[in-house]
Design a protein around this ligand. Structure first.
Ligand code: SR1
Length: 398
């Protein structure tokens, strides 16, 4: 355990000046703490001429909980290395890492200030025309190029070793696949949803399918995942998209990342039904979200299929029939993991503003109840949808 926390603003500024290489000599620098995530501290250091950098620091505990929930600081090395891996394949979609400092448990990286947190943008009903294409390409390129379809067998296993991430994986194992399915003290449940939560805790067929998904999460080292690809880990604007915060990165099932994107867009679809604002505008935005969901998957599957065709290294995996089978299985997995994301954001510890911003508890319960029903159906029927269009039609009807 290292107590490496910056003691004051001057230390943060000095660190940024020394390690970023972007500021003019003698520039007058200021600093603000901008972290609104659950786990780390994030600082923005800026000069009068508009130059700025971000410093992210990982302490030995979870920020929102405190010292009562310790957490390995190795997560910040994993984040730096994951950002560097992602940059090999989609440099335009991730912030540039200027410096990683093990002693300070800190990364100095590019400030993506012109982009807005995707969750806030979705709640404000912002149309983002490039989002589907960018997220589809990010998922396809990062997952394909870190899988056995592309990597040499020795390199793949060497990378698996670099991204063993037990503390962060344990958070996901508990918060996604256990807490919401029992009366856990960490849960955060709208009292109006209590009967539905109790019914879910007794739902043996659902718990069986969640156990299957959890076991895949524990054992299926398909590719280097981002590991926490929710709307808060994406920053977007009309011109571009940046994916940040891969501290949960590890080698797991590809459908977990793809499903996190699907699940978070669907959480916003459900939230829009009850958020304030003009009904026609909210309905139009829900339609855009569903188009974005289809566009995301179709970009992903098109790009991933093309990469499989062009770049698969192992001849035993380079078969047209295997490509189709692989993508069909991945769609089913993704829909299942999306369902687990939706349920855990409704009953579990870490809620999302897409639902929590609905102030009236009755209206919030309506949206939450729809999320639970959709999430359950997506987990139970994940192998039956067969196409993203069928899933979108199902969501429209339910
Ligand atoms: C205590 S950490 C809660 C959540 O925040 C992270 O961003 C992950 O999504 C995690 O599940």
């Amino acid at each position: 355990m290292t107590d490496c926390k910056f003691a004051n603003d001057a230390e943060v500024i000095d660190f940024a000046r020394t390690h970023s290489g972007v500021f003019q000599a003698g520039a007058n620098l200021g600093v603000e703490e901008i972290g609104d995530g659950n786990i780390n501290f994030v600082y923005r250091v800026y000069a009068d001429d508009g130059t700025s950098v971000i410093i992210k620091q990982a302490l030995h505990y979870i920020r929102i909980i405190g010292e009562g929930w310790p957490l390995s600081q190795d997560r910040i090395r994993i984040e730096a290395e994951a950002l560097q891996q992602e940059a090999l394949y989609c440099p335009d979609l991730v912030p540039r890492v200027y410096h990683f400092d093990a002693a300070r448990s800190a990364i100095v990286m590019e400030d993506i200030g012109a982009h807005e947190n995707l969750r806030h943008a979705l709640i404000a009903r912002t149309h983002l025309p490039l989002l589907a294409e960018h997220l589809g390409r990010f998922a396809a390129d990062t997952l394909f190029h870190t899988s056995d379809l592309y990597l040499d067998a020795h390199r793949k296993k060497e990378l698996v070793g670099r991204f063993i991430n037990p503390d962060l994986c344990k958070i996901t194992e508990d918060l996604f696949f256990w807490d919401p399915y029992c009366d856990h003290e960490r849960n955060n449940i709208n009292p109006l949803l209590w009967d539905e939560a109790e019914a879910l805790w007794q739902d043996a067929p659902l718990k069986l399918e969640v156990a299957r998904l959890k076991h895949r999460f524990l054992t299926c080292a398909q590719a280097l995942l981002h590991g926490d690809l929710h709307s808060g880990s994406v920053f977007a604007c009309a011109e571009g998209t940046k994916v940040i915060d891969p501290e949960f990165a590890y080698f797991g099932p590809m459908g977990f990342d793809v499903g996190s994107v699907l699940g978070n867009l669907l959480l916003n679809v459900a939230g829009q039904a009850e958020l304030p604002g003009d009904a026609a505008e909210r309905a139009a935005y829900q339609a855009w979200l569903l188009e974005t969901i289809a566009g995301f998957w179709n970009t992903f599957a098109g790009r991933f299929g093309a990469l499989m065709e062009e770049k698969t290294q192992d001849p035993s995996l380079d078969l047209a029939l295997y490509r189709d089978a692989f993508l069909a299985e991945l769609l089913a997995d993704s829909i299942g993991y999306a369902g687990t994301e939706m349920i855990r954001r409704t009953l579990g510890l870490a809620h999302v503003a897409d639902l929590d911003a609905i102030e009236d508890p009755q209206r919030r319960a309506l949206a939450e109840s729809r999320v639970l029903h959709l999430g359950r159906a997506m987990i139970m029927q994940r192998g039956e949808f067969g196409s993203i269009e069928t899933l979108v039609a199902f969501v429209r009807d339910h």
